[in-house]
Write a protein that binds this ligand. Structure first.
Ligand SMILES: [Zn+2]
Length: 255
């Protein structure tokens, strides 16, 4: 079996993303935020985005969800190698996603602080979320861990630093889990999970750049957004020089 078939490349288009949202609605899932779910409601879906590579694709997904009348939670990083949430354009995307009716959380990088005990987790999580909220004007209520390891997965309290832990024992015990980490279905295929009549409570984790307008292998989906971002940066440079009326000199001539 080739990779295309084995890893279901065709599942990961934005068109199919919309189909999956529609399927969840058709199967009577109520889309909830982590902070508002309770034990009373029957069919609940907590749709979570860990934004890893492209806030631009995250926004496209947020728009698809808004068109379908559903809501999700977008967890953004402060320490990403791939985007800077403090860049004005990217901050604008975070706020735009929020204005579409979604919730904003923190995708927390414990490795940045070399955290290996719960005391440090409380300390640095509080630090990051305070900064995130102060800069963006958000009221973050929950966090997800970036790049989990054995220690991180042992941190199972309901909350740390006053923030809901989406990897808590509560969510692990009460919600089935479906994730697209590194661009393929780690456990079960989303379509099968959504169609499983025995499931009532579900947490779905999707990652922005793992979904593309074209059918591509996961590595190429990520490389595509890296290339697009490089082009964006080149345009920023060119337009800046144009704006300030400076010569933009290349091998030949000047722009
Ligand atoms: Zn992550």
């Amino acid at each position: 079996m080739n990779n295309h078939v084995k890893y279901k490349f065709e599942d990961f288009t934005l068109t199919n993303y919309r189909t999956m949202i529609q399927l969840a609605k058709k199967n009577n899932y109520q889309f909830k935020f982590f902070f508002e779910q309770n034990d009373i409601e029957s069919k609940v879906i907590l749709w979570r985005h860990d934004v890893e590579f492209s806030p631009f694709i995250a926004l496209k997904m947020a728009e698809i969800e808004a068109m379908e009348g559903v809501k999700a939670t977008y967890f953004f990083q402060l320490h990403s190698e791939f985007y800077n949430v403090l860049e004005k354009e990217i901050s604008g995307i975070v706020l735009k996603i929020r204005s579409l009716g979604h919730d904003i959380g923190l995708h927390f990088d414990s490795h940045y602080f070399n955290i290996d005990c719960e005391e440090d987790l409380e300390k640095y999580l509080a630090l990051d979320v305070q900064y995130f909220n102060a800069i963006l004007g958000t009221e973050v209520k929950g966090f997800s861990f970036h790049n989990t390891n054995k220690f991180i997965l042992s941190c199972e309290m309901d909350s740390y630093a006053g923030l809901i832990n989406v990897y808590s024992k509560y969510f692990k015990d009460h919600f089935a889990y479906c994730a697209d980490s590194t661009g393929y279905w780690r456990y079960e295929r989303l379509i099968d999970v959504l169609n499983n009549p025995n499931l009532q409570k579900l947490q779905v984790l999707t990652h922005d750049a793992m979904w593309s307008s074209e059918i591509l292998p996961p590595r190429q989906r990520v490389f595509k957004i890296i290339d697009e971002n490089a082009e964006r940066l080149k345009n920023i440079y060119d337009s800046h020089l144009k704006k300030i009326g400076q010569n933009n000199i290349d091998w030949k001539g000047a722009l």
